[in-house]
Design a protein around this ligand. Structure first.
Ligand code: 4GX
Length: 382
């Protein structure tokens, strides 16, 4: 991925990105960070790029023309119109979903303002995204640009090693990370929680989810309103369940799985909450791309063995116990299946926020984009 930082202080950017993980990523070619000095595009012999604000008031404003030319110089270089981000406190605060969405770009221009900001007209003409890194005032956009580059780079292939991988990062679920422990087992009379020594990975995962929820309630209750529990409901051949798992895992670390091939589940009322997300995976979702035989499905799921699919059970019969309460739902399956499910779920107080074609199971990139799309839609819905 290529970052182009438009700034009056290019050395501030280059010094910082040359260090640590971004430095390694530049060296191995995963990312490039080019700086463009806005001063090089000054229209005056003094090389100044600022002027007094119309209407009076304190400080100076950056002129539109040098900024415009700096943006155009990048467009000319890459031969297309990239997204242009302006760092400003007058914007929504950056979050992990936005970071991940920006990481999908090939080129990203980041515009850093100084003084009292930049002439509004050039912003209107060139900026596609306004981003703040927090509700405080910096002396310029550079530290914001560095924060953005650092966070976005973590999602660029080749930047993190497998060990450092960001696939399961807590903020993906709008939850804080659970507490971590390393040796020694007892330190200052405090033991490591025994469950972490048990070797029972399902139990450990459950414990970590609980700790994450507890910690978020205590320290960042504001995050919980954007947090939801993904419940993956699937039926059909084992490939459908397996694909459901793949999609669920890319949406949330802590998904719950329900196999509606089971008669018992069909009979049990399931009342979903507004903070649940129903991911309904139907038979048409299997058999494309990665579909695994039954033995692998049950083993990797770490739960009871798969139950045979009975296609003679009607949709309404299968889901007679399923109720929402303004619950968002994502449907995966063939067009016909999605059509039928959609009508049914609307009557059961679900809101269909996305319809996913089985083609997304054709590759990692497609799957990640679908997951990102779902997470953005859920945030919007809430
Ligand atoms: N998150 N700054 C932008 C120039 C400015 C002044 C007034 C608009 C209006 C910041 C932040 C930030 C300082 C960058 C002021 N722009 N950037 N600069 N918070 O504080 O991103």
């Amino acid at each position: 991925m290529n970052f182009y930082v438009l700034t009056l202080f290019p050395e501030m950017i280059q010094n910082a990105v040359g260090t640590s993980i971004t430095g390694r990523a530049i060296k191995n070619g995963s990312i490039r960070v080019d700086t463009v000095n806005i001063r090089d595009f000054s229209t005056r012999k003094t090389m100044r790029v600022d002027d007094y604000p119309y209407g009076g008031g304190a400080g100076m404003v950056m002129e539109p023309e040098p900024v415009f030319r700096a943006v155009k110089s990048v467009e000319a270089r890459i031969g297309q119109k990239p997204r242009v981000v302006y760092m400003t406190p007058q914007a929504r605060v950056l979050d992990q979903t936005k970071v991940e969405s920006l990481a999908q770009e090939k080129d990203l221009v980041i515009l850093c303002g100084h003084y009292e900001g930049i002439d509004e007209r050039v912003l209107q003409e060139t900026v596609t995204d306004y981003i703040s890194i927090g509700d405080y005032v910096l002396t310029g956009g550079e530290l914001g640009a560095l924060v953005l580059i650092d966070a976005v780079s973590r999602f660029v292939p080749g930047v993190l090693s497998n060990e450092e991988s960001s696939q399961f990062e807590s903020l993906q679920d709008n939850l804080l990370e659970y507490p971590q422990y390393t040796r020694p087992e007892v330190w200052h009379e405090q033991s490591v929680p025994p469950i972490l020594l048990s070797g029972d990975h399902l139990k450990i995962e459950e414990w970590r989810h609980e700790e994450s929820l507890k910690r978020t309630k205590e320290r960042r209750p504001d995050l919980l309103k954007n947090s939801y529990r993904v419940i993956c409901v699937s039926y059909g051949e084992p490939g459908a369940a397996e694909n459901g798992r793949l999609l669920t895992e890319s949406v949330s670390r802590y998904g719950e799985y329900m196999d509606y091939n089971r008669r018992k589940l069909q009979k049990t009322p399931l009342r979903m909450k507004p903070w649940n997300l129903l991911l309904l995976v139907m038979p048409g979702a299997g058999g494309v791309g990665k579909a695994f035989p039954a033995e692998i499905t049950s083993a990797s799921a770490g739960v009871k063995p798969a139950v045979r699919y009975d296609p003679s059970v009607s949709f309404a019969e299968r889901f007679r116990g399923l109720y929402g309460s303004e619950t968002p739902a994502v449907l995966v399956g063939s067009d016909d299946e999605i059509e039928e499910a959609s009508a049914f779920l609307k009557n059961r107080k679900f809101h269909v926020i996305a319809r996913i074609s089985p083609a997304v199971f054709g590759g990692d990139q497609l799957l990640r984009n679908a997951a990102l799309d779902i997470r953005e839609k859920v945030l919007h819905f809430h």
